[in-house]
Design a binder for this molecule. Structure first.
Ligand code: FES
Length: 108
């Protein structure tokens, strides 16, 4: 329907045990490349594509809730998508939920 916000559907992207605390991984959801992170047992999802030159954030180092791009070391908070260095640099975040042992992400 025109003008209505369509709620994105949650889709299973991995099992909880596929991603250990302190790690990240890239998944494809609805044709979009999304980086999933496990911060002390809680899961977060942001766009995988670095705002600098498109580096793969799912392959970056995760330190607490900050991921560092493997290409030129830009940093992002995985909970907010915002750079701790420059608040104008912001990536899309996606809602994550756990269903049983499934990690599910909602991407429009
Ligand atoms: S592409 Fe990510 S820091 Fe350059």
């Amino acid at each position: 329907m025109k003008g209505m916000t369509v709620m994105a559907e949650y889709r299973s992207v991995m099992q909880k045990e596929d991603l250990s605390p302190g790690e990240g991984k890239t998944v494809m959801v609805n044709g979009r490349s999304v980086a999933i992170f496990n911060v002390e047992g809680a899961y977060y999802a942001i766009d995988n594509t670095c705002a600098h030159r498109g580096g793969p954030l799912g392959e970056g180092d995760l330190e607490g809730d900050i991921v560092t791009c493997p290409w030129h070391y830009w940093e992002y908070n995985v909970k907010t998508g915002v750079s701790p260095i420059n608040p104008d640099v912001r990536l899309q975040t996606y809602p994550v939920r756990i269903q049983g042992s499934d990690v599910q992400v909602a991407v429009e």
